[in-house]
Design a protein around this ligand. Structure first.
Ligand SMILES: [Zn+2]
Length: 368
């Protein structure tokens, strides 16, 4: 079976005689066919972002998109008189997408050639191909999750959030509080597991072990009483961020073994990783167990090592480690922590299950 081609993460549309029929500044009317509208809606539902690169009057073109009822489908539209390669390049930068994940569709061979010359990794399509895009493998993700269907809304919320951050002058903690962040850590359900798999695939730099746990493996551990599979979601007053973290924990009598911790790089600046580790430390402290975290250094997960060290994990030996079978991988480190009680986060509201309550060793509650 051939490998799946790199998926397109954003399709950039030309307007005149590509998205719609006619030339806005010359013709009395431009028309959007039902078939093209359906392509836009279908790609959106698959989590593929769409934008515009058009040489046109920006006010008139945006007004026409509004009248046609499809303006909301396009993020960061580029409408003006500059070269389209520049519009595509800017868009890739703003979205933080590699150019190889951007596609461009235009009826003019010259425009496609110009984009191809300056941004050769961008895949170009002629207007005649518009109706066939939805059938191409590069526009057909294997799985479509709750988060893919909401991807455009999440990006639009993040643009509003960034605009607000740029105008906010207070210290960072104050800004974070103004976001009204709500973090929810929950035991994974079957449906959430597909989101988790997408997360562990997409966030390699924040995966502490660099070991990929497949959907099937995690699904198999859901019913195992010795394992906890936990999914973290984050929302703020601008909207949901979706699933942003996953933990796999194996519970032994005297220690909890953190086998997987992956968090989305989108939410690093909100302190999501630190909040998750902090919560886990507090839970382990109340269950009276030590924590051991698997860590394998990769070229891209330095942030995760910093997060562990900051939370107090170290290489110091401890008797509890003998309960674990030796690590199968040579370069796998076991970081250790004797947990102490932690206070609740000050920059977000956190809801989470009480892992300590289910642990075998009950502890007296502190006097008030
Ligand atoms: Zn220990």
């Amino acid at each position: 079976m051939p490998d799946q081609p790199t998926l397109v993460k954003c399709l950039v549309w030309d307007l005149d005689n590509t998205l719609w029929q006619g030339t806005l500044l010359e013709d009395a009317e431009v028309r959007l066919s039902d078939a093209i509208r359906q392509v836009v809606v279908t790609l959106d539902s698959r989590g593929i972002l769409q934008s515009v690169a058009s040489k046109n009057d920006p006010d008139l073109a945006l007004a026409r998109l509004e009248e046609l009822g499809i303006a909301e489908y396009f993020v960061l539209p580029k409408i003006g008189w500059g070269p389209k390669s520049e519009s595509v390049r800017q868009l890739a930068d703003q979205l933080k997408f590699a150019q190889g994940t951007i596609a461009f569709i235009d009826d003019q061979p010259t425009e496609r050639a110009e984009v191809n010359f300056h941004a050769p990794q961008v895949r170009c399509y002629s207007a005649e191909q518009a109706l066939t895009l939805v059938d191409l493998p590069e526009f057909s993700p294997k799985t479509v999750t709750v988060d893919s269907r909401r991807r455009r809304a999440m990006y639009q919320a993040s643009f509003r959030r960034e605009a607000e951050q740029a105008t906010f002058t207070g210290p960072d903690e104050e800004f974070l509080r103004s976001l009204e962040l709500v973090m929810r850590i929950g035991r994974a359900t079957g449906e959430e597991l597909s989101r988790v798999e997408e997360l562990t695939l997409r966030t390699s730099q924040m995966n502490a072990t660099g070991v990929h746990y497949s959907d099937a493996t995690l699904r198999g551990l859901l019913a195992d009483p010795d394992h906890e599979v936990l999914v973290t979601t984050l929302a703020d007053r601008f909207g949901p961020h979706g699933a942003v973290g996953v933990l796999l924990l194996e519970k032994h009598p005297a220690l909890w073994h953190l086998k997987l911790l992956a968090t989305s790089c989108r939410v690093v600046s909100f302190g999501a990783g630190a909040a998750i580790l902090n919560w886990l430390t507090d839970q382990a402290s109340r269950a009276d167990v030590h924590l051991v975290a698997d860590f394998r250094r990769t070229e891209r997960n330095r942030m995760m090592e910093i997060a562990y060290r900051f939370a107090g994990y170290s290489d110091e030996p401890c008797g509890c480690l003998t309960a674990l079978v030796p690590a199968g991988l040579d370069d796998l480190q076991r970081l250790h922590l004797v947990p102490a009680p932690q206070s609740a986060p000050t920059t977000m509201r956190l809801t989470a299950p009480d892992l300590a309550a289910n642990h075998a060793v009950p502890r007296p509650s502190p006097a008030r």
